[in-house]
Write a new protein. Structure first.
Length: 457
């Protein structure tokens, strides 16, 4: 899909010149001659990038920039232009969130380079450093069994049609890996793949995250706009609030949606791939999940089995993750003895493939000898089994809400210990955006020595 650029400048000659140059480069261009029209354009559709002149007839360009960037996690990059540039103005523009500052008369090569870098920078924000690992899994995983093959469904064929998808499977079975794999096979593989963990958000946050909102003339874009033309992967679909379910149904059926507090319809052209740890049918029966949304997403249902049902494939998983660790992290290779392999096959694997991967990672980092024996393995697996058993016995005596909060606290404390209080690494591993994780740690009274309060909480 072509990227859209909004040009905001009061001089018609510059607007039209930029329109011609950018369209020749393959962009879709919208023009605005003042702040009022620029806001109308942004309200109608999210541009992928904005070229903003500092001097506008109805409002100061830097003031307008501040309004656009204030608290907006999904605002597109802005490049500021001016014919009266000073160092102070440039510094102020960058402080307010501009990606770059360019002086007039404009240099076409310099402008195009800045646009290219700004768009690439925005892409990298959402495709973080884990993407390299994910791409490796997508490219090699299905051949080695990391992505579970389906006997009744052809993933390659499914990728080529634009139907929405629902993936059911326990935590750690590879739901997001499979979603990325399907996207990588599709005709729109060059478009965005955006992921959102609904279970980490409250109802109000879910609505803002997905649909965006408008308040006091300030627009905050939601993920349906950010992922336009690509894929929005919704983790833990069962956690979506009733109002959000109704909004999503309308978007899918009508092809349009509205921002929270907005009145203008926006085009919906995003593929939804949703996942859930548990089957949704019981929620349908109890009325807690909309049946129309279920049937809209469940066109081609995918059920991923747990690792305990794939014990015969453990060797292929071990080979894959071992090679991956050696390639990516330059760790020395190790192999499992026959006794260690037998011990692995006896384990229940409550954390599924993710647990196996983390175990191999730990053994490669801490081990010295080239062979992993069962006596090195037993203390780790036994301790994990004891923790799981302890959790089972205590949590089942609590009401659901309290049990969930208690588990989250124990789980997050454990992850912080594993990652040596590095909140960024925990955020990356558990798939929760860092700002939301800080908020959850604070609400659960979980502290860490290195924890710092981020800006704009």
């Amino acid at each position: 899909m072509k990227k859209q650029i909004l040009v905001v400048d009061d001089e018609p000659e510059i607007r039209n010149l930029l329109k011609d140059i950018l369209e020749e480069e393959g962009f879709v261009v919208e023009l605005a001659e003042n702040a009022e029209i620029a806001n109308q354009k942004r309200q109608s559709q999210r541009a992928d990038l904005t070229l903003l002149d500092v001097w506008l007839p109805d409002q100061d360009g830097l003031k307008l920039l501040e309004e656009w960037t204030l608290g907006n996690d999904y605002g597109a990059p802005v490049i500021v232009m001016t014919g009266h540039g000073t160092l102070e103005t440039a510094v102020e523009a960058i402080k307010l969130g501009a990606y770059d500052f360019i002086e007039k008369p404009l240099s076409t090569p310099k402008l195009l380079i800045s646009i290219k870098r700004a768009l690439e920078s925005e892409r990298l924000i959402y495709e973080n450093k884990r993407l390299k690992e994910m791409q490796l899994i997508e490219a090699k995983g299905i051949k080695q069994g990391i992505v579970q093959k389906s006997k009744s469904l052809d993933y390659e064929k499914l990728a080529l049609v634009n139907t929405h998808i629902l993936i059911i499977g326990e935590g750690g079975t590879g739901k997001e890996t499979l979603a990325r794999y399907i996207h990588g096979l599709s005709k729109k593989k060059s478009e965005s793949f955006i992921s959102s963990n609904l279970a980490a958000l409250n109802s109000e946050e879910q609505d803002r995250e997905l649909f965006g909102n408008e308040e006091n003339h300030i627009i905050r874009y939601g993920l349906l706009e950010v992922a336009k033309g690509g894929v929005l992967f919704l983790k833990e679909l069962a956690s979506l609030n009733p109002g959000g379910q109704a909004r999503l149904v309308k978007a899918i059926e009508d092809g349009v949606f509205f921002r929270c507090g907005g009145s203008k319809p926006l085009v919906f052209n995003t593929r939804i791939i949703a996942s859930s740890r548990n089957p949704l049918e019981p929620l349908l029966e109890s009325g807690k999940f909309r049946d129309d949304l279920y049937y809209l997403l469940n066109v081609a249902p995918i059920l991923l089995p747990p690792l305990r049902a794939r014990i015969e494939e453990i060797q292929s998983f071990i080979s894959f993750f071992s090679n991956q660790l050696c390639e990516i992290e330059n760790l020395k290779p190790r192999h499992f003895s026959e006794g260690a392999m037998d011990r692995l096959k006896q384990h229940e694997w409550p954390g599924n493939i993710r647990e196996l991967k983390n175990l191999i990672h730990r053994l490669f980092i801490t081990g010295v000898s080239p062979t992993i024996e069962d006596d090195e393995l037993n203390p780790i697996l036994s301790k994990q089994s004891e923790i799981a058993s302890s959790l089972d016995s205590s949590l089942f005596t609590l009401p659901l809400k309290k049990a969930r909060l208690e588990f989250e606290k124990i789980y997050l404390e454990k992850q912080l210990k594993i990652f040596e209080n590095n909140v960024s690494k925990v955020s990356e591993f558990i798939g929760v955006e860092r700002t939301h994780l800080y908020r959850k740690l604070r609400n659960l009274n979980v502290s860490t020595k290195t924890q710092k309060k981020p800006e704009n909480l």
